[in-house]
Design a protein around this ligand. Structure first.
Ligand SMILES: *[C@@H]1O[C@H](CO)[C@@H](O)[C@H](O)[C@H]1NC(C)=O
Ligand SMILES: *[C@@H]1O[C@H](CO)[C@@H](O)[C@H](O)[C@H]1NC(C)=O
Ligand SMILES: *[C@@H]1O[C@H](CO)[C@@H](O)[C@H](O)[C@H]1NC(C)=O
Length: 352
């Protein structure tokens, strides 16, 4: 009923490009998350580090991107899904007093972006009537070794550090995975204090999905960079209401103000609609270059299209591997050794 009348209203006022979701959403204005610049500067460094291919340096947190605001990070698990070329880690940031979960975006980014122009909403999100999502993004988190790895690591981190906040981050497709992970933690693990910050994230679901998402994971910030093309994809068609992809709030748009072209000093905190016409939607998504650098932090690493990883064989001793070659590196922050073999019986079934 409500949807039908909403649809009618939307058709009437479509000239102004205002959609139903937006109308409904503005009722929750007070719940909008607060943008914290310092936190963004910190989390973007995690979203950048997770792209690195030297797993030894990542797991010991001695990589070239493992310093500065992320210094002292305690890695718990580094998850490498070789089969699907995915990578993520879970650890504890003492200075944030939080568990940090970071996901890497796709390595073959150019092919991936091309596909996004035409990508249909092709999966019903389980348990949420009318919610449709992008199957590829959903499955990268839900149907790979990533999810069991993350859930196991979160459990271990909570055992070691107590019930501290969880911050989930990622760039590009890694941002999409971060959103699905946070929703999973909120819905299926009943974890309340989950916070999300993504960088250059594509759209992942329709209006119904977006409404559920923003109620269940309200503390979400989606940073977009000037003309970065990825946040424009898959396209948003305001007049299609339920058949279109739509972003969840809250966007923070980094842009120039005419005085400089090399960096984008203005951080515009956008409205609660998820599709603020005065944020990234006010410009065309024409730049891939602006997808690769956020807050002057370089994100993509190495040759795009390559899933190569580098690892000291000694580190491989501290891992479990499944038949497809996917593995998880474990680290015990309380142990003297750098990494320690996991011996618990609660090993997820798809790990040996
Ligand atoms: C912003 O985040 C930083 C780092 O987590 C924290 O120290 C600071 O207190 C936060 N500021 C506000 C206003 O919440
Ligand atoms: C642009 O932003 C910079 C840095 O915030 C500021 O110093 C400058 O005055 C701004 N210029 C204009 C034209 O708004
Ligand atoms: C967008 O910004 C302009 C001024 O720059 C303002 O007049 C307009 O109301 C804004 N639109 C929305 C939807 O916030």
């Amino acid at each position: 009923m409500e949807q039908k009348s909403c649809l009618r209203v939307a058709i009437l006022i479509s000239l102004f490009a205002i959609s139903c979701g937006r109308e409904l959403k503005s009722a929750h204005k007070d719940n909008l998350p607060v943008y914290n610049h310092t936190l963004a500067m910190t989390l973007v460094e995690y979203a950048s580090a997770v792209y690195l291919k030297d797993l030894t340096k990542l797991v010991t947190w001695t990589c070239s991107r493992c310093g500065d605001l992320t210094e002292g990070f305690e890695m718990i698990e580094l998850i490498v899904d070789v089969e699907h070329c995915l990578q993520g880690f879970v650890g504890v940031a003492k200075n944030l007093n939080a568990i940090v979960i970071a996901f890497r975006g796709s390595a073959s980014i150019m092919n991936w972006i091309e596909d996004l122009y035409w990508k249909q909403l092709d999966l019903k999100y389980p348990g949420m009537p009318d919610a449709m999502v992008h199957h590829g993004f959903y499955s990268s988190y839900h149907e790979t070794t990533v999810r069991p790895g993350v859930l196991h690591a979160v459990k271990r981190a909570k055992e070691l550090y107590g019930d501290i906040n969880i911050m989930v981050t990622g760039h590009s497709m890694g941002g999409a995975m971060a959103a699905f992970c946070a929703l999973d933690l909120a819905v299926n693990q009943k974890i309340q204090n989950v916070q999300v910050m993504t960088f250059g994230q594509p759209r992942i679901g329709n209006t119904a999905f977006t409404s559920y998402y923003s109620q269940l994971v309200p503390n979400t910030i989606r940073v977009t960079n000037y003309h970065d093309m990825v946040p424009h994809l898959p396209p948003y068609y305001p007049h299609l209401t339920e058949k279109t992809y739509r972003h969840f709030p809250r966007e923070v748009w980094l842009h120039g103000n005419g005085s400089t072209t090399s960096s984008y000093p203005v951080e515009k905190v956008c409205d609660g609609s998820g599709e603020d016409p005065n944020c990234s939607r006010s410009v065309a998504g024409t730049s891939i270059f602006e997808h690769f650098t956020y807050y002057e932090v370089k994100i993509i690493s190495g040759t795009p299209g390559s899933c190569k990883i580098v690892m000291d064989p000694r580190v491989a001793d501290y891992s479990t591997q499944d038949l497809a070659g996917n593995f998880v590196l474990y680290r015990d922050p309380s142990a003297a050794s750098v990494v320690e073999v996991k011996t618990e019986s609660s090993t997820p079934s798809n790990f040996i």
